[in-house]
Design a protein around this ligand. Structure first.
Ligand SMILES: Nc1ncnc2c1ncn2[C@@H]1O[C@H](COP(=O)(O)OP(=O)(O)OP(=O)(O)O)[C@@H](O)[C@H]1O
Ligand SMILES: [Mg+2]
Length: 276
């Protein structure tokens, strides 16, 4: 494990100047950016407070494939919910695609989420009575999109994700990997610049998991998408450029995975979670 690959401080935005002091680079397009500044979130349950996030700072300025790792209960899903505008922080600010989410009304948030963010949950959340194709088309129908365009887009996505042959099947007739790919197709319907995935391979065997990680990496690369995936698995993190490590409700550090295998990521991760 190279100490240079771990950073115990939250990463900062990309440098604005070349190292030789030359002209400033063009600022990255904020459409792909995800930022948290001092984010806190508590849950109140049965008279007890659970302080799930305790000052999260996170700065992703460019498209790519990123991971969030951390022990169970460290706040990973809570953070993803806030980034997906499904919940609001108690304190601090979440900025997605350059927009401070707290400034948007409920209605603006709904539109913003639809147009910018795709979300994939561990449990797929497919509608059991609809076919794979109908599941992918559903958000479009709810948004009043045109039937022919929507059909074409759903076909394109099902094809790209290798599940076109299964378009007419209901979820219970699909394997876990196929269901997950349909869920990803649905999340990509509106070409989101930001794709959030919460342990998307939690229910898959290792071969299906590896295929899914490659697919997410390809989406990030070929479509300039910011893909942010929660995972427990160092083998998944190898496919990501950077891993953010959550500990005790904060981003405790990050790992640059370049040149690391799964054992290397695991070692960096252990080093980070144990470091002061
Ligand atoms: N709706 C809720 N009500 C009360 N407490 C909650 C709720 N959701 C999460 N928590 C608590 O907040 C903390 C963070 O939970 P979160 O689900 O974000 O963790 P996680 O890192 O995703 O864990 P896991 O790896 O097990 O999925 C935990 O202590 C959890 O018990
Ligand atoms: Mg979770």
């Amino acid at each position: 494990m190279s100490p240079a690959q771990t950073s115990a401080a939250a990463p900062t935005a990309a440098a604005a100047r070349h190292e030789n002091g030359g002209p400033a680079r063009p600022a990255p397009d904020p459409i792909n950016s995800v930022r948290c500044v001092g984010v806190h979130k508590s849950y109140h349950l049965g008279g007890e407070d659970v302080h799930a996030l305790r000052g999260v700072d996170l700065d992703i300025a460019e498209p790519g494939f990123y991971a969030i790792m951390g022990a169970s209960g460290s706040g990973k899903s809570t953070l993803l919910h806030l980034l997906g505008a499904l919940d609001t922080p108690d304190q601090g600010e979440v900025l997605v695609a350059g927009k401070p989410l707290s400034r948007l009304s409920e209605r603006e948030l709904t539109d913003f989420r639809r147009d910018n963010i795709g979300i994939v949950f561990q449990q797929f959340n497919l509608i059991p009575t609809l076919t794979a194709r109908e599941n992918v088309e559903l958000p479009g129908m709810l948004a009043g999109r045109n039937g022919a365009d929507l059909r074409a887009r759903a076909s394109e996505l099902l094809e790209a994700l290798g599940v076109a042959q299964r378009a007419g099947h209901r979820p219970d007739a699909l394997s876990g990997g196929e269901q997950q790919r349909v869920a990803i197709a649905r999340a990509l319907l509106f070409e989101p610049r930001i794709l959030l995935a919460d342990e998307p391979t939690g229910n898959l065997d290792s071969a299906s998991s590896a295929r899914l990680w490659e697919l997410l990496a390809r989406i990030a690369r070929e479509h300039s998408t910011t893909v942010l995936m929660v995972t427990h698995e160092p083998a998944a993190a190898v496919h990501c450029g950077r891993v953010f490590v959550l500990r005790d409700g904060r981003v405790h550090g990050s790992i640059d995975t370049e040149g690391l295998d799964a054992a290397g990521v695991a070692s960096c991760y252990q080093h980070l979670v144990r470091s002061a």
